[in-house]
Design a protein around this ligand. Structure first.
Ligand SMILES: Cc1cc2nc3c(=O)[nH]c(=O)nc-3n(C[C@H](O)[C@H](O)[C@H](O)COP(=O)(O)O)c2cc1C
Length: 377
């Protein structure tokens, strides 16, 4: 790790310096008054550990089991659109760093590399995230992900319409970028970023550019994050039929929805409020995790995301019933600050943090974490 980078805040600040303001705001921002964003962090901070003393913690085992598969490190790279605005080839850098760490990488529908190209250029465990913008397009994408040998499909369910993101509206941030004079100044005052973008290419959305009849309609809708708001449980049942590999449903925040997923044979739920980017007033995932784990934890895999910034947060989630954690912005800070090396460093930081936390709370195995490791409030 570079000597100037001791914690995630150092990467966040470096990302902020490197990126034009409109790009940093796109990554960092939340919905509405951003209270959901703050609440995600506050929920972690209000949880405290209850240590067990005099246990043997000479070796620490971070592994867990997720949907029947061993995870040496229970982390996953969350699907994120437009990572190419951080670094050209951002998706590839994230996927390669994930492969080196032995963890899955989830490619977004709104990625800046096609799903086939990514599969060619990065090895490791690849998952594909599906936004249903148009049923015909979704069927085509699913078939392509199967043909390209993606190991799992992640259906995102919390973008029925776009969240109200005031930073993006204020900055006039859109794809494709339409520069106004203020944005031009923003870009010109970040020459390192601009040079890389000019050399490597500004981001496009290739997953939606190669389709047939629905092509133009889908592109326009995806650019405005206008999804198929009619997608229902019946459609999910049909998707389950058409996708023979692991299927995860992202954006679940209630035990009753988790139970419906289980009834449809979904392999796992991703407890998420989309990092506070959709609606400010949802609970923090870490708050609803215990009730969801109680309902489906013995039968259905549970992944959680939103607001994870260090390994202590991850240990709290595992103790609350999660099998694995998805990281979003924390990895984009590493990516923007230092490219693929930065992503690897942030992952290494999470790993070290998790190991240290296990030692300090007196629990040698991540798989043995439960509510008794958290202080009762
Ligand atoms: C810049 C950015 C783009 C995102 N794009 C997508 C996306 O295309 N599909 C999706 O399911 N989630 C997307 N998300 C949400 C993440 O998958 C994840 O739920 C969220 O980032 C977790 O919160 P965190 O950033 O606080 O870790 C995006 C998040 C960010 C920050």
């Amino acid at each position: 790790m570079k000597s100037a980078f001791f914690g995630i805040e150092d990467y966040r600040r470096a990302a902020q310096r490197y990126l034009p303001r409109m790009v940093f705001d796109y990554i960092e921002g939340g919905a509405d008054d951003e209270s959901g964003l703050k609440h995600n962090r506050a929920a972690f901070e209000s949880l405290r550990f209850s240590p067990s003393r005099l246990t043997d913690v000479r070796t620490r085992d971070l592994s867990t089991t997720l949907a029947g598969q061993r995870m040496e490190l229970p982390l996953i790279v969350a699907p994120m659109g437009l990572t190419g605005a951080c670094r050209p080839d951002g998706d590839i850098m994230l996927a390669r760093a994930a492969a080196r760490a032995g963890i899955p990488f989830v490619l977004s529908t709104a990625s800046n590399v096609s799903l086939e190209d990514l599969a060619r250029r990065a090895s490791g465990r690849l998952w594909f995230q599906l936004y249903v913008v148009h049923p015909e397009h979704a069927r085509a994408l699913t078939a392509r992900a199967l043909a390209a040998d993606y190991e799992a499909l992640v259906l995102t369910t919390d973008v029925t319409v776009n969240g109200h993101r005031i930073r993006d509206l204020r900055n006039g941030f859109s794809v494709p970028m339409r520069l106004n004079p203020r944005m031009a100044l923003d870009v010109l005052t970040h020459p390192a970023w601009l040079t890389r973008q000019v050399v490597g290419g500004f981001p496009t959305l290739p997953n939606v550019q190669t389709e047939g009849s629905a092509n133009l309609e889908v592109q326009a809708a995806l650019l405005q994050r206008r999804m198929d708001a009619g997608f229902s449980w019946d459609d999910l049942a049909a998707l389950r039929e058409s996708w023979p590999r692991k299927l995860f449903v992202k954006g679940i925040l209630s035990a009753s929805d988790a139970a419906r997923c289980r009834a449809l044979g979904i392999d796992g739920v991703i407890v998420s409020n989309h990092g506070g980017r959709q609606l400010a007033d949802f609970p923090a995932p870490i708050e609803v995790l215990p009730s969801i784990a109680k309902e489906v934890g013995s039968t259905t895999a549970i992944i959680v995301d939103s607001g994870f910034r260090n390994g202590r947060d991850v240990v709290k989630a595992l103790a609350s019933g999660a099998n694995a954690v998805m990281l979003g912005r924390a990895l984009l800070y590493g990516l923007a600050a230092r490219g693929e090396a930065g992503v690897a460093e942030v992952l290494a930081m999470f790993r070290a943090d998790m190991e240290r936390t296990l030692a300090l709370i007196g629990c040698a195995r991540a798989a043995a974490l439960d509510r008794t490791h958290l202080a009762q409030r």
